[in-house]
Ligand binder design. Structure first.
Ligand code: HEM
Length: 124
């Protein structure tokens, strides 16, 4: 049984998705203020490692927990539910843009758009 990572097209496809995802996020007036002063090259590397992991393409992810990675954004910048939903929307639109089938997009959503993930990111 191929992993979701392989079905999405492996490393090249995930790299392309991350690049297009961030272009979309940085142009999204609802959320781009959170990314001011963030080293985007570092952010892209982190995001690739993380997405590869949640898509089942690697054994582990050794970055900070989602809770710790977003703690400052919640406490100092007002990160909340509507911003999480905007990021998920941008992710789905990106996957549609690069031609990922709806069924696979649904499975990505099942991983990223869960109550547990949302609570972690929002430090609830
Ligand atoms: C499913 C939802 C999300 C996932 C999986 C996710 C994933 C990540 C990961 C893996 C990192 C890097 C962690 C590290 O440094 O080791 C990160 C950092 C970051 N995320 Fe998210 N994120 C999510 C939602 C959001 C939302 C909703 C926003 C803002 C609208 C956001 C903004 C940021 C920013 C600005 C950083 C860099 C923080 C810093 O370096 O201080 N993320 N995220």
């Amino acid at each position: 049984m191929a992993t979701l990572f392989e079905q999405l097209g492996g490393k090249d496809a995930v790299d392309l998705a991350v690049d297009k995802f961030y272009d979309r996020v940085l142009n999204d007036e609802r959320i781009n203020r959170f990314f001011v002063n963030v080293d985007m090259a570092k952010q892209r590397r982190h995001q690739k490692a993380f997405l590869t992991y949640v898509f089942g393409g690697s054994e582990g992810y050794d970055g900070r927990s989602l809770r710790n990675a977003h703690k400052r954004l919640v406490e100092e910048m007002g990160l909340q539910s509507e911003h999480f939903d905007a990021v998920i929307e941008d992710l789905v639109l990106t996957l549609q843009e690069i031609g990922v089938p709806d069924e696979l997009i649904g499975r990505v959503g099942e991983i990223a758009n869960t109550t547990e993930t949302k609570k972690e990111v929002l430090n609830q």
